[in-house]
Ligand binder design. Sequence first.
Ligand SMILES: [Zn+2]
Length: 246
Amino acid sequence: MRGLIIGFAVTAPLLLIMLWPHAPLAGIGILALSHALLLYPTLRPNVQWLGPVVTAFEPNDKEIWLTIDDGPTEDTRDILEVLEARGAKATFFVKGTLARARPDLIRAILDRGHTVGNHSDTHPSAAFWCLLPAALAAEIDGCAAAIPPTLWFRAPVGMKNPGVHPALRRRGMRLIGWSVRGFDTIGDDVGRVVRRIAPRVFPGAIVVLHQGRPMSTSCVARVVDELRARGYSLVVPADERLKTKR
Ligand SMILES: [Zn+2]
């Protein structure tokens, strides 16, 4: 699929030139379609046309994988307390720049039995999707150098960049998406986040939350409480249990 989409994007301008004297609108339509086919799976999280995205895992009973993005930030230790008090494990997808500045927080996360994933070096939210290969490699490798070895990469805001799958494959890494997100970076209503996540989870779901915002700690606490009340346990699955389909 990835090869077809990129091949079409490359040949569409040639088709436009060929069609221009006879059917210019058809040529423009083909070019627009080729761009749409490239942009849609790039910008749309969890769409797998450009390559596999992990969106669930094989559960043992009612298990959920909680992932917390954008740290390590000042609230890391509070969030670790919240998780510890509730017997929950999580994966923190961290930014390389922040991890380099606060290796003590990375150590604290690992010491409590959680794991750390790669969330790019500088988290270029707006530009990640169009980064050229060298810049993309610098984002992946920059973060990798700041944390213990990990197989897991989560793209900033879930955008993929057509080059991200080959880059991850070369490094033996996987792109981690999610099953359910709480949109907890928008507004400050913790109840809204809980109400969004709770009805959508299922055994083997990957939930994404964020840290570094005023409500992050209470958000993690309330979401974990609600999931536990529904009989779920929060675990970090082994890599072999990750799946690209529900
Ligand atoms: Zn992020």
